[in-house]
Design a binder for this molecule. Structure first.
Ligand code: CMX
Length: 422
């Protein structure tokens, strides 16, 4: 069976189960909300459903029950099937083929890209191109024709596959345009989704290690539960039945923030700045001095800490393994290693910081840098390309389960005061 048929079977079984569950346990209380949580970005409030993946504070990212560290040898196609159905694909090549057949980017996108100001941030370009393709939405077309609710997931799925097929082509074109790398490189139909993307970027790769890194990168960033900014924004917008082009663009606009996906470019910049200041790979003492200065100036140390994790991010660990294997002699990677040996000790001494350990962004940039992908303004686009898989899969699940409009209740500060006085 193909992916869409598998998703259909999976959803119809789950929908029945969820509906019976709601009937029986609908009024059961599973979470309370404190004032701290209201004033703290709703951290820890359990009020969303996300089946594609979950983030445990002590185990990290778990996709459909499988810890991310067990998925590092898988391809993005295999992981996409897993996200959508909870099982591995019997024939991942069929997914590659389907994506290839949908990968033609509309001509107006190239014109629009050329018309954008030269200094547009790559992430801004990426999200603009996604939004601009909205007229292609099969969901929107069907909805306007009077689509049955039962079919919402199918056309969300169709939009997801069209988007995922075109995104690598668009992302690679943005890289080549923004950084004057020459004309776009044609796709190679013999390659899988991730390897083909690496090929279209045009980075020299005689060993195949860069393509290997790209596949790992695309797997590690693919999803991170339902409560992070990009997932929540995508889900909220999609719950209004705005099509996936609107929803994904909204979610990735959130990813573009420095406290979220943009941290990877900030992080590499921080590492390179230390190398510039100390004229080469700094010592632990020098790094400690630099970190203290960053903190004193009221800035965060990018790549460290997390809203949910209370351990070293397993995605960091996966990249670290890759780095030790393939980039051990690289001075930037060595600096990242030394930062890892230095910064947690400093952050641990600051009581308010919940997690002193590195997240995925603390390392990803250094590996890209080693292979010649040095333009760190581009890094969040790579993150976005990967994260599109998870947030779009979440949208397919939500429409398949008939989830309603997202509408939590906001209260005024006056209401809070009155509540406490009585
Ligand atoms: N450096 C300095 N201060 C930090 C810090 C860091 N790396 N991590 C947390 N803190 C500070 C927070 O800024 C906050 O200070 P205020 O109370 O003065 O605002 C305090 O410690 C408590 O924060 P927290 O409960 O530990 O963490 P939050 O859930 O509020 O924030 C995060 C999480 C990721 C935004 C934060 O750790 C941070 O800014 N890290 C650096 C940026 C980063 O790496 N972002 C990428 C995260 C991964 C992703 O989503 O892509």
């Amino acid at each position: 069976m193909d992916l869409k048929a598998n998703v259909g079977t999976y959803l119809s079984d789950l929908k029945e189960e969820v509906s019976a569950f709601k009937q029986e346990y609908g009024e059961r209380i599973i979470s309370q909300v404190t004032i701290n949580q209201i004033l703290g970005g709703a951290r820890g409030v359990k009020c969303l459903l996300c089946d594609t993946s979950t983030v445990s504070s002590i185990r990290g990212l778990i996709i459909r029950g499988i810890p991310i560290k067990e998925l590092t040898e898988r391809t993005p196609e295999e992981v996409l099937h897993l996200l959508l159905t909870g099982e591995f694909a019997e024939d991942p090549a069929a997914i590659t083929k389907d994506l290839q057949s949908r990968s033609q980017v509309p001509e107006y996108i190239w014109k629009l890209m050329d018309a954008m100001p030269e200094n547009t941030h790559p992430m801004n370009l990426f999200n603009t191109m996604i939004l601009a393709m909205g007229g292609e939405s099969k969901f929107r077309k069907k909805y306007n024709e009077g689509m049955n609710k039962e079919d919402y997931w199918e056309y969300t799925y169709e939009d997801m596959m069209d988007i995922l097929a075109r995104l690598p082509v668009i992302a690679a074109a943005i890289y080549r345009k923004c950084f004057n790398k020459g004309p776009c490189i044609d796709a190679n139909p013999d390659l899988d989704w991730g390897t083909n993307f690496a090929h279209m970027l045009g980075i020299e790769d005689s060993t195949g290690d860069f393509a290997r890194l790209m596949r790992l990168y695309l797997v590690l960033h693919c999803d991170h539960g339902g409560g992070n900014v990009s997932a929540l924004a995508t889900a909220t917008v999609n719950s209004a039945l705005s099509d996936l082009y609107y929803s994904l663009s909204a979610g990735l606009n959130g990813l573009a923030g420095p406290l979220h996906g943009l941290a990877n470019q900030e992080c590499l910049k921080w590492v390179l700045d230390t190398m510039e200041q100390f004229k080469g790979a700094p010592s632990q003492e020098q790094l400690a001095e630099y970190a203290e200065e960053t903190l004193k100036s009221g800035r965060v140390i990018p790549g460290y800490g997390h809203a949910v994790l209370r351990i070293q991010d397993p995605r960091f660990a996966a990249f670290y393994e890759f780095g030790k294997k393939y980039c051990g002699d690289d001075p930037v990677f060595q600096t990242v290693q030394r930062v890892f040996e230095t910064v947690p000790g400093i952050l641990k001494k600051i009581e308010k910081i919940s997690n002193p350990w590195p997240n995925v962004d603390a390392i990803s940039g250094s590996l890209l840098y080693k292979y010649g992908l040095k333009e760190f303004d581009y890094y969040t686009v790579l993150f976005g390309l990967s994260r599109a898989m998870g947030v779009c899969a979440q949208a397919v699940m939500a429409r398949g389960l008939g989830m309603p409009l997202v509408r939590p209740k906001a209260v005024t500060f006056d209401w809070l005061r009155l509540e406490l006085m009585h």
